[in-house]
Design a protein around this ligand. Sequence first.
Ligand SMILES: O=c1ccn([C@@H]2O[C@H](COP(=O)(O)O)[C@@H](O)[C@H]2O)c(=O)[nH]1
Length: 269
Amino acid sequence: MPEFNPFFSDLRDRIEARDTVVSVGLDADLDRIPEHLLERDLPRWAFNRRIIDATHEYAACYKPNVAFYEDADGWRSLRETVAYAHGKDVPILLDAKRADIGNTARKYAELLEYADAITVNPYMGRDSLSPFLSRREKGVFVLCRTSNPGGADLQDLELESGEPLYRRVAALADLWNDAGNVGLVVGATTPDELEELRGEVPDLPFLVPGVGAQGGDAEAAVEFGLAHGVGLVNSSRGIIFADVEGSDGFATAAGRAAKRLRDRLNRHR
Ligand SMILES: O=c1ccn([C@@H]2O[C@H](COP(=O)(O)O)[C@@H](O)[C@H]2O)c(=O)[nH]1
């Protein structure tokens, strides 16, 4: 059993207590949230509050993608959302995919003020991740084999050793895990790679996006995403936009979708 840091051991407790590995993606797209909320001071916050009310009992974490919040009102909405989720005892994993030269990465790591965990991009190497990894109490999920079709363009490239680049990333992430605070991002759209990577790094929890709207393999996501029972399977649009046609029915629909995904994933745990 690995020594998990406070983020992962709290996550393990929540997964066990609530019997769920669902990460609810809070990608509060202003073009898609119900029209009647657009009149509010902070429409994204109004939307997220209703989504959280409807889904928190099925959520192991919330995963806002910063892309949907990077403007003045967006940051305010994100701050309110984080406080509200924490009030319900649900951790926040900020999908930011950051990293840069050390001086800049130090600023990026301040995003962790908003979150309990973050996603990072390994492309610039160890020093670019250092300011995140040194926050030993937080979770750091390293992009490894992403769920998008173009994920293969670079991540599948074979190194001289014959291994694909994504496997080297996984091995490096394992080396960077001296604080027990590292996980990997591996998409549900590539189940063979999920299985292979689970064998490669048995102790690293995965964040598995790509079920739901991207049509990934939910069964493989659970079977290989968890390390010692800890890991997250994310759906964003499939939950929060399960039904945005009605007036307030969207939250009820989101609650139902989150419960459905939890039950489906639990059948394979
Ligand atoms: O490989 C990756 C890494 C991150 N994502 C992010 O997860 C959600 C998925 O949204 P859905 O609506 O469930 O498709 C989104 O924020 C992505 O940027 C990913 O999909 N794949």
